[in-house]
Each structure stands twice: as structure tokens, then as C-alpha cells.
Ligand binder design. Structure first.
Ligand code: NAD
Length: 492
């Protein structure tokens, strides 16, 4: 094992006091309390972040409110806003290695994966910089008597509360900040309590690049306190949330009480259907990486595997072999392919599901054991002898755990796949292209892979059916989440 050297910039950021960002100032939270930041690769303390309180959320929302109501940002020429977002992306690119190292230390994810995440976050900022000067309304020929000139204007929705999870911290933050800022909104960002470091560093980068005062505010702390205070704050116009379905419902209640705009990107338990004519040379590695990538902590992970009965043994053996070949190790080891779970809490939760599965009568075919003595590593795991009534098949485990079942024909495969409370993603493997598209239509999910188990792009809408969410992020749909439409009637 050879761990990469921390860059001087990473060391310098880690050694600084972690404050919260209000307006243009980094300030201490009102109460003298903090949260230890733990490196999931070794369980040791890395840093300490501020544990903000209601009074800090009030200050952050007031700063964002002032910047929206009085500041230059919403009125800025769209080209100038686009240029600034590009400059922010340039600055993130210049700090790329530092951001990647911070992300790896904070999440445990392998450094090469973190580097990819940071590039993805930069990609999101550049993509939405491109939208900033392409926001347009419509004109209408109407049926009312008399002559009218009627048009719509797209306006920024106001102050946005951005609440993000710990599985892809910098990507999730950029996926919300990009469209939010391009639309002309101002933001209060609340990163997950387990992974706030890259969000705080982004705050510094955004300010240094020239983002006006109060456009971005960052409060760190727990969801039940800071997150809840933010979601319920009367000064917030729009809430964008990614995380668990359970918390999503709490946020939806808060949004309903305040009649705020809300978008929710929630959990998944996505089916991956392998038909008998599938190209297994491609299906096996893609299905394996789909579930084991990021240690299974991906909302769209293809975590329910349905394979035709004639080929199921071969497929499970193949996915198990890919899993066993992946190098599990510390995030800062450049050879690592699988990192730890995010926390002791998640480790206990995921291994608790393994116990539940065994009690329900399922069987661990591959993996299932802790790896090493330090950190929160779990081997890539495959569970057989499952059925759709079991909790391990119905609930989101959010670890490197694949549950498998066989099917006899297409009808049964679709019925099993759709028999879920979730509807985020799904995949179909077949060489019959006509069958593939017919099946894609029948799956009740927001993102479908045909002959791929992994797919996402800034330009393509992402979001869920059923309990997997409300609204679509990415692409133009993602921008619309941060816009209001105003209709203007002029009698001629
Ligand atoms: P969570 O939904 O509780 O946390 C996500 C974010 O919401 C964090 O920033 C958290 O601080 C905040 N939050 C929590 N409670 C809140 C509240 N009442 N009001 C406002 N904000 C609140 O997720 P978790 O507890 O950290 O993880 C539990 C499970 O959620 C995981 O095992 C996984 O199944 C799922 N999860 C899904 C995703 C996803 O992308 N779909 C991401 C993370 C977790």
C-alpha cells in the first residue's frame, strides 16, 4: 500500500478552523459546539466542523434574502453571470487535486473516483454557466377578445435552500449550485454532517472568484437541527434536497407548510434485468461496477438483479469474480478501487441488513464480511435466495450489496422489477433492440439503461417515479426548478 502525499494546500485547509459562511464572512456559529470529521478509511479524526444553530440559519437566510432582494446577482446581465460561473469552474479546476484529496479524506472514496467526482462537479458548473444566458420566455397568440401582446418571463425563484447528502458531496453541491446560480437565485447550502469539507472549500473558491456577497451562504450541522431550520425557514422560497426518502417526506411537509417550491431526489432500489440473449461480456462487468462502485452508496445503483433462469448461475459467478477482483483499500491509496462505507452508523446499518436477510431465509453467495480492522470496509456482497417480499429486496441498503433472483420470461421480469416502492432507475440487457425499448417503456422508473447499468450526464434529466422523488435535476429541467414563470398581458 502506498498512500499519496497530501498536498500543501490540502494540509493548509485541514489545519484551519472550520467556520460557516454568512454573506462574505467566515464566522463562528452562535453556540460553541462542533462535529468531529472522521476519515472513514481509518476511523480517525480529520478535522472539526461547526455545528450551527437556528440563529445561524436565520443569519444565513437573511444574507441570502438581502443578496436576492437588494443585491446585484438576480439583475446581473446573463452573460456576466455566465462568465463568473465559468471563472468559478476555472478556479475549481486549479484546485482540482486539493478538492479531490479533501473529498477522499472526508468520504473514504478512492482518490481516482474522487478526482472523477471533482471533474464532474466542474462539468456541472460549466454546463449551467452555458444556460445562464439562454433563459427565455415565450410569446402567445391568445383567445381572449381584443388585441393583446402576451409574453412570459422566466425569473429566479428567490432564496434556495440546498440540502445535500454524503455519497457524492461535491457533485451533489455543484449539481444544485450550478442551476441555482445560473438562474439568478441566491443560496444557503447545507452539506451533510459527515462530509462538509469540499463544500466549505468551494465556498472559499466561489468568493475568491468574485461571487457577490450573500449569493452563497454555507451552514454546517445536523439535519434534524440545521437542515430542518432551513427547510422550515419563511425566508426560503425553494428547497432542493437529495437524500433518503424518509427525510424527503419530512422536507415535503416543511415545503407544504410554507408553500415553497420543492424538488426531491430520493432513494432507489433499482432493478437490473438480464435477458437470456444479453451480451454477458458487457453485462457482467457493468452490473458489478454499477452496484459495487462507490461501495454501493449511489442512489441509482442497480441493486436488484433479475436474471433469466438459464444464465443466472453464470452471471452471479461472473459478478462475484469481478467483485472479488476489486482492490479494497484506503481512499488515499491510488490502487484502491473500493473504499469504506461513510461511517460506523452506515456500516452498522448495512451489516444489519445482511443479518436481516439471513433471518428472512436468504443466503450470502459472495462476500458479506468486514475487510480489515480499521475503517468501515465491507466486501462486495451478493445475496441469493431472495424474493420481493423480503426487506433486503424492498429497502435501500446503500452498500455494496446485490440481491438476486431468477425469472422465466419477460412478463415476470417486468412484474418483479416494477414491484417496488421506488422508481429511480432500471437497466435492461438484451441484444434485441426492439424488445429493449418495449421493456424500457414498461419500467416505472426515471432513468433507464439499455445495455448499460450506469448512465448520467448533466444534459439528461435525473429523478424518480414513486417514492424516489419529485422533479428532475440536470438539463433544462434542472434549471426550471430554480425559475418562476411570469405571464404578462398587454392590451393593445
Ligand atoms: P438523510 O436523508 O438523513 O441526509 C441527507 C441530508 O439531509 C443531510 O445533509 C442531512 O443532514 C439532511 N437532513 C437530515 N434530516 C433532515 C431534516 N429533518 N430536515 C432537513 N434536512 C435533513 O440521509 P442519511 O440519514 O445520512 O442516510 C440514510 C439513508 O439515506 C442511507 O442509508 C441511504 O439509504 C439514503 N441516502 C440516499 C441518498 C441518495 O442520494 N438517494 C443519499 C444519502 C443517503
Amino acid at each position: 500500500m502506498s498512500l499519496i502525499e497530501l498536498s500543501p494546500a490540502t494540509r493548509s485547509f485541514l489545519s484551519k478552523d472550520k467556520k460557516i459562511l454568512i454573506g462574505k464572512d467566515w464566522v463562528n456559529p452562535s453556540a460553541d459546539s462542533g462535529i468531529d470529521v472522521i476519515n472513514p478509511s481509518d476511523g480517525k479524526q480529520l478535522a472539526r466542523i461547526a455545528d450551527a444553530a437556528q440563529a445561524d440559519v436565520d443569519r444565513a437566510v437573511a444574507a441570502a434574502r438581502h443578496a436576492f432582494d437588494e443585491g446585484p446577482w438576480p439583475q446581473m446581465k446573463p452573460g456576466a453571470r455566465a462568465r463568473l460561473l465559468q471563472q468559478i469552474a476555472d478556479a475549481m479546476e486549479a484546485a482540482h487535486e486539493e478538492l479531490s484529496q479533501l473529498e477522499t479524506l472526508d468520504t473514504g472514496k478512492p482518490i481516482n473516483l474522487a478526482r472523477g467526482d471533482v471533474f464532474a462537479a466542474i462539468g456541472a458548473m460549466r454546463y449551467y454557466a452555458g444556460w445562464a444566458d439562454k433563459i427565455t420566455g415565450t410569446t402567445h397568440n391568445i383567445n381572449m377578445p381584443g388585441d393583446h401582446h402576451v409574453y412570459t418571463i422566466k425569473e429566479p425563484a428567490g432564496v434556495a435552500a440546498l440540502i445535500v447528502p454524503w455519497n457524492y458531496p461535491i457533485v451533489m453541491a455543484a449539481m444544485k449550485l450550478g442551476p441555482c446560480l445560473a438562474a439568478g437565485c441566491t443560496a444557503v447550502l447545507k452539506p451533510a454532517e459527515d462530509t462538509s469539507l469540499t463544500a466549505l472549500r468551494m465556498g472559499e473558491i466561489f468568493l475568491d472568484a468574485g461571487l457577490p456577497e450573500g449569493v452563497l451562504n454555507i451552514v454546517t450541522g445536523y439535519g434534524h437541527s440545521v437542515g430542518s431550520a432551513l427547510a422550515n425557514h419563511p425566508g426560503v422560497d425553494k428547497i432542493a434536497f437529495t437524500g433518503s426518502t424518509q427525510t424527503g417526506k419530512t422536507i415535503a411537509h416543511a415545503a407544504a407548510d410554507g408553500l415553497k417550491k420543492v424538488s426531491l431526489e430520493l432513494g432507489g432500489k433499482s432493478p437490473n434485468i438480464i435477458m437470456p440473449d444479453a451480451d454477458l461480456e458487457k453485462a457482467i462487468p457493468s452490473s458489478a461496477m454499477g452496484i459495487f462502485w462507490n461501495s454501493g452508496q449511489t442512489c441509482t445503483a442497480p441493486s436488484r438483479l433479475y436474471v433469466h433462469e438459464d444464465i443466472i448461475d453464470k452471471v452471479i459467478e461472473g459478478i462475484g469474480a469481478v467483485g472479488a477482483s476489486l482492490k479494497i483499500g484506503q481512499g488515499m491509496d491510488e490502487d484502491s478501487q473500493i473504499g469504506p462505507l461513510i461511517s460506523q452508523r452506515q456500516f452498522d446499518r448495512v451489516t444489519g441488513y445482511l443479518d436481516t436477510g439471513m433471518e428472512e431465509g436468504a443466503e450470502i453467495a459472495v462476500g458479506g464480511k468486514r475487510h480489515g480492522d480499521d475503517g468501515y470496509f465491507l466486501e462486495p456482497t451478493i445475496i441469493n435466495r431472495t424474493d420481493n417480499s423480503m426487506r433486503i429486496v424492498r429497502e435501500e441498503i446503500f452498500g455494496p450489496v446485490l440481491v438476486t433472483q431468477s425469472f422465466k420470461d419477460e412478463e415476470e421480469a417486468i412484474a418483479l422489477a416494477n414491484d417496488s416502492d421506488y422508481g429511480l432507475a432500471g437497466a435492461i440487457w438484451t441484444q434485441d433492440i426492439s424488445r429493449a425499448h418495449k421493456m424500457a417503456k414498461r419500467l416505472r422508473a426515471g432513468i433507464i439503461g439499455v445495455n448499460t447499468a450506469m448512465g448520467a450526464d448533466w444534459d439528461v434529466p435525473l429523478g424518480g417515479y414513486k417514492q424516489s422523488g419529485v422533479g428532475r435535476e440536470n438539463g433544462k429541467d434542472g434549471l426550471e426548478l430554480y425559475l418562476q414563470t411570469k405571464s404578462v398581458f398587454t392590451a393593445l
